[in-house]
Design a protein around this ligand. Structure first.
Ligand code: URA
Length: 436
């Protein structure tokens, strides 16, 4: 069966549902390179505006999953549990909790993504490590998983090729913030991984794709429905993205925060929120796998493997097996201080604006062909509720030139709001939604 793609775009643009045949044909034809990106961009924008029914989203997910191979990990005996985030700024938990979960006895087959919109991507961050290879053959992926308990790869021409292409296109066409597109992108990858279950970190707030808690809950429920409909265990944890997670934003910059957390427990106070969320999500993974019999027991185990160095040992081994060399880590560019214009309390931070300023510094992409600069980014020194004085440094900008730092400063003016009132710190971890 074939279709005229322009007519399908028109149908979706006008708010009608696509049929199962139309969706499957669209995904297989696009994956083969027979639909040009300019037409697919128009379709993505039509989906963004007209959305999709639940049935359409389920078919889209399945078609994307089946655009490549579905991995068979039945030869791996350990429970196979992954975690995925819906996207945030400074969110580097995968590189911390993945090794923690593996050190605690799980297999973590993780297919991650690149930067998306204003948010950073695990793959771009890992590629800041010289030599780190996110493309592994199926057999090598299994070998690494067997040897160290974790392997982090990207979508490829073999696994989830439809998401590889659509993800890159959504990144640069302002079509990310769509519940069916996010669900299909995340769940197609997760279902292709051959996992038993998945913990989802569903973010809400100004730095997330879902700005309101209500939208995030709807997204979480849709993700859970699609996962459980495919026989997987799913737990979604809602987390607050109204401020940058941890201190660093960027690629090498965020990796350095991960390495410091894994390698040096004494650095934890500075990175308290990155550590808290990593431990919490890891505990959910251990609970799902039956390795812990309660969330508290999972938290205890997660803390133990972080503090006794076993998570760092797993991380170092994973990096080595995936071709990386931690000794050659690129260092951030020279820091330019962005200072508070007045005294008061940090009332609001807008991580989306910080993420967009990062794109200007090439920490993210404006076009699909853009190369990431791993050395640029930010260190955000304040959290909501902190008291500051005029002239205090709010944020360090790591920029290649003073001119680039100046351009980033211009974009940071709206990113921090200082108020006279006292503001309470925000709660990081919210509600938990379980699949049926
Ligand atoms: N992560 C993904 O893999 N896809 C999205 O659309 C958002 C977050």
């Amino acid at each position: 069966m074939t279709f005229i793609f322009r007519e399908l775009i028109k149908k979706k643009r006008d708010g009608d549902a696509l049929t199962e045949d139309e969706i499957r044909w669209m995904i297989s034809t696009y994956s083969k390179g027979e639909i040009p990106d300019y037409q697919m961009s128009a379709m993505l924008m039509a989906i963004y505006h007209s959305s999709m029914t639940k049935d359409e989203a389920v078919v889209l997910t399945d078609a994307m999953k089946n655009s490549g191979k579905v991995l068979d990990l039945s030869s791996i005996e350990k429970p196979k549990i992954d975690k995925h985030s819906t996207g945030g700024v400074g969110d580097k938990t995968s590189m911390i909790l993945g090794p923690m979960a593996a050190a605690a006895g799980l297999a973590v087959p993780m297919m991650a993504g690149r930067g998306l919109g204003h948010t950073g991507g695990t793959l771009d961050k890992l590629e800041a490590i010289p030599g780190f290879n996110i493309e592994q053959s199926e057999s090598r992926f299994k070998e690494i998983l067997n040897e160290v308990g974790i392997c982090i790869i990207g979508q490829s021409s073999e696994i989830c090729p439809a998401d590889k292409k659509l993800y890159a296109l959504r990144d640069v066409t302002a079509t990310v913030e769509s519940i069916p597109l996010i669900c299909a992108s995340i769940m197609s990858k997760k279902l292709a991984e051959g996992i038993d279950g998945i913990v989802l970190d569903v973010k809400f707030g100004s730095g997330a794709f879902m700005k309101s808690l209500l939208e995030a809950k709807t997204l979480a429920q849709s993700l859970c429905d699609i996962g459980s409909g495919s026989g997987k265990k799913v737990t979604a944890v809602l987390s607050n993205m109204n401020q940058v997670l941890g201190r660093y934003v960027g690629n090498a910059t965020e990796m350095l925060e991960c390495i410091e957390i894994l390698n040096n427990p004494k650095s934890h106070p500075k990175y308290f929120d990155t550590v808290e969320l990593s431990i919490h999500l890891c505990a959910e993974m251990l609970l799902m796998a039956g390795v812990a019999d309660s969330l508290d027991a999972g938290i205890k185990k997660a803390k133990q493997v972080l503090e006794d160095g076993s998570a760092f040992a797993v991380f170092e081994k994973m990096v080595k097996l995936q071709g990386g060399d931690l000794k050659g880590m690129p260092q951030p560019y020279e820091a330019y201080d962005y200072k508070a214009a007045k005294s008061g309390c940090i009332g609001e931070i807008n991580p989306e604006k910080i993420g967009i300023a990062g794109i200007r510094l090439r920490a993210g992409r404006e076009k699909t062909s853009d190369q990431i600069d791993p050395r640029s980014g930010f260190e955000v020194l304040v959290k909501i509720g902190d008291q500051v004085r005029a002239g205090d440094v709010l944020c360090k900008v790591f920029a290649k030139t003073p001119l680039e730092a100046e351009a980033a400063f211009d974009m940071l003016h709206d990113a921090f709001r200082i108020v006279a009132d006292t503001i309470k710190p925000v709660d990081l971890i919210g509600e938990r939604i379980l699949s049926n």
